[in-house]
Each structure stands twice: as C-alpha cells, then as structure tokens.
Ligand binder design. Structure first.
Ligand code: GLC
Length: 421
C-alpha cells in the first residue's frame, strides 16, 4: 500500500491546490460483497480519508447484482439522501440514469485515460452517469494437476470440456474421490446466469439474445443447441446444486479442490492462489471454450461509481469517485484483487505483469468481450434479462426443453418490446 499512500498524498496536494473543502463531509458508499471487494475498498477509503479529511462509510450490499439493483432502484426512486456514491454494474446505467449526477464536466480531464467503450457504456443520452472502477471478463479455471494426470489439454470447445470433465471424474471417482465434480458455474436464477448462458449461446453462433439493433434473436437453433448442451451437464459433470450457485458458491466448491473446471471472473484467481488455498499452484485459467464451429465469447462485466442526485455532499462524492477510479487506485486494485483496469496503459505495468499474470493476459479478452443487450433494450433490460435467466434456469432444471422455453421467451420478449424498447 506504500504507493497508494504516496498517491493519496499527491491527491491531497491536488485537492488543496483546487479548493480545500470548507467542511469535511461524512460520505456513504454502497457496494456489493464478492471476494475481497469490501476489504480492498476499505483500504482505499482509509487512504482517501487521510488525504481529503472526509470520512467514508461502507453500506455492504448483497453479493447478487440482481438484489443490489432492486435495492438501488428503490433508494433512488425514493430520493434517498443517505447514500452518496453507488457502485453500479456495467449494465445498469440506462435504468438508473435519472437518479444519478452527470459527471461529464467533473471528469473531463480523466475520461480520456479509460477505454472509450467503457465510458460509452456509462453514457446515457450524452450524460456520463458513472466512472469505471474496474472491468470484468470471465475465464475458464482448470486443474492443471488433474488434466495432466489424465493426459488432457485445457478444452477449446464446450464439447471437449464435457468429455474431459467426464474422463477425469470417472477416473477419480473410481479411485474413491466422491467429492469431486466436473464443472461449476453460475446457474442460479439471477443476472449471473444471463452472463453464463449468453456465453454458451454467443460462442455457438447463436447471437446476443437481442441484437445491437434491438431485434429479438434468441429463439434460434444454435441457441437451442447451446442450452441443450448445458442442460446435459447438470447432474452429470455439474452438481444438481449448480442451479443455485452464484459466483461465490462456485468458488467455494472450486477452491476447496472439488471441481475440475470453474467459470468465474478474474477476482477468483488471487483468492485461489492464496497461501491457505487447497488449489494453490494446481490450477490455471484460459479463455472460455467455444461451441463447435463458433468462437469463445466472454460476457462483458464490470463495476462503476455513480454519484446520487440526492447526495448532500456532491462535491466530496465526486472527489471520492475521482480518487477511486484513478490510475493509481486501479493499479492497486489490480494488484490486490486482480480486478481488471479500464485504463489500457496499466496492462503494460511491470508490477501488474509480475504479480497478477492473469490481469496482464486478460486485456484482449476484456476488450473483445460480448456485451449483454442493455444498450438496445434500455430501461427494459432488467426485465429482458430476468425473462432470459428464468427460461435458462428452467431449462437446466428440466422444466420444459430448450426449444419450447426459448419459443415462450421470444413471445414474452415481443410483448415486452411491443413496438420499441
Ligand atoms: C460480475 C460482473 C457483472 C455481472 C455479474 C453477474 O460481477 O462484473 O457485470 O453482472 O458478475 O453476476
């Protein structure tokens, strides 16, 4: 943290050159709790407090982005003054925009450092509603030791993943390891499943649920085939319980050494490498597999910071957002928790390259990631996603097959869209 302290010092000087806050503000930031995000944020907030004289309290939100969204939407529509800064998911900008401040002016000197596509995703009708904190793009984690033992390479296709998982499981179970499962992912009925299923479908050439032009494309044979395949994993290479897994439940199984493969975001890498982790030194991560004849698709994720319209400390809140989204804070976050920078220059940072190899390797995966259809479906995205993840979760659970569930989904989405999104 030495370098963050130095940065905080420089930041303090920057503030004092601009304007010393007349009174110190007591700020509140709302953020979700996955991995070490809250702990890491506390460290950076302490540095900010020292540098600025403001204090910052964390309101910890549930781990599920879906639950966070519901709460944020309630608070913002009620004009809640108690939260100054919200940590927001990349997909929520169009839906929360009306309750958030326009940061265009305040950030004009720093936006140019970030990937234009990320800034674009947080710009709604010309208003910059949030600044990027970190990006996200998932990986396929695999057990090097087990694949080596069975003479297998990391899979390039989902079919290969199924075959490899089965071969390892058959061998290990015969040897008495009954705890082991083949593949864990996010199968619960929430936003995370939208990400996973979008990856299965897009990597099989089945599109992005709703096209960038706003057409409903999800009911097609390649999407059906991708979901049929995912259904075939449940109860064979994946545990039945995967239907209730979010990120942390998947990591729980994986990190105790009980899964051959895991689909998860980069935050899981340093946690799996921690000194007390049973899988330390036994795994690696590669881009997600593709469908037969398709190419790998990673769902574009990430988190941002927005200032509430109803904050009574907007200037101080903006200072906080500037501090936490700066290059130095993003660097420390990448070093501590492998959260992907949105400032491209950081991917060449020698310290990040040395200490967080996955981050350094992940630049192109992140830059080429597949967005969810939140831009074309605008304020209706949450409902679109909810209907999609419900259809997928039902399919995985064996309630109706992929073909009929996607047909129903198409009908529901048409009703939701009516003439336009
Ligand atoms: C990760 C991503 C976020 C996504 C969520 C789904 O947190 O960064 O964009 O919505 O996972 O669970």
């Amino acid at each position: 943290m030495a370098s963050l302290a130095a940065w905080a010092g420089a930041f303090a000087m920057g503030i004092s050159l601009l304007a010393v806050p007349a009174t110190a503000a007591d700020l509140t930031i709302a953020l979700g709790s996955v991995g070490k995000d809250v702990e890491e944020m506390r460290g950076q907030l302490d540095a900010f407090q020292k540098a600025s004289g403001h204090t910052v309290r964390i309101v910890t939100m549930p781990a599920s982005t879906t639950d966070q969204f519901g709460q944020y939407r309630l608070w913002l529509s009620a004009g809640n003054k108690d939260v100054d800064v919200y940590r927001t998911d990349v997909i929520w900008a169009p839906q929360l925009a009306s309750g958030l401040m326009d940061l265009t002016d305040a950030m004009k000197d720093v936006v140019g450092q970030h990937l234009p596509a990320v800034i674009q995703s947080q710009t709604v009708d010309g208003k910059l509603v949030a600044m990027p904190l970190f990006g996200d793009a998932p990986a396929l984690y695999y057990r090097k030791d087990l694949l080596e033992k069975y003479g297998r390479q990391p899979p390039k296709t989902w079919k290969e993943l199924g075959e490899t998982a089965k071969a390892v499981l058959d061998g290990e179970r015969a040897a008495g390891n009954t705890q082991l499962t083949g593949f864990v992912f996010q199968g619960a009925a929430y936003e995370g499943l939208t990400c996973d299923a979008l990856e299965w479908i897009a990597s099989n050439g089945g599109g992005q649920i709703v096209s960038p032009e706003g057409d409903i494309t999800v009911n097609n044979p390649k999407a059906v085939a991708a979901l049929d395949q995912a259904k075939s994993w449940v109860g064979t290479i994946a545990p039945q319980g995967v239907l209730g897994y979010m990120e942390e439940e998947s990591r729980g199984v994986w990190q105790t050494g009980n899964a051959v493969f895991m689909r998860n975001w980069p935050y899981a890498y340093p946690l799996s490498e921690a000194a007390d982790s049973p899988v330390k030194g036994k795994f690696d991560a590669v881009p997600l597999p593709a469908g037969e004849g398709g190419s790998s698709a990673a769902c574009l994720g990430g988190w941002n910071l927005a200032v509430s319209q109803y904050s009574q400390h907007q200037e101080a809140a903006i200072e906080l957002v500037k501090f936490l989204t700066s290059a130095e804070s993003q660097k420390q976050r990448a070093l501590g928790t492998a959260r992907l920078p949105t400032i491209p220059a950081l991917y060449d940072d020698p310290e990040i390259k040395e200490k967080q190899p996955l981050v350094a390797k992940w630049k192109t995966v992140f830059e080429n990631a597949t967005p969810r259809p939140s831009a074309p479906t605008k304020a209706k995205y949450n409902e679109v996603s909810q209907q999609f993840w419900t259809a997928v979760n039902k399919t995985l659970a064996g309630q109706g097959d992929a073909a009929s569930n996607l047909q129903d989904l198409e009908r529901q989405l048409r009703r939701l869209k009516r003439n336009a999104w």
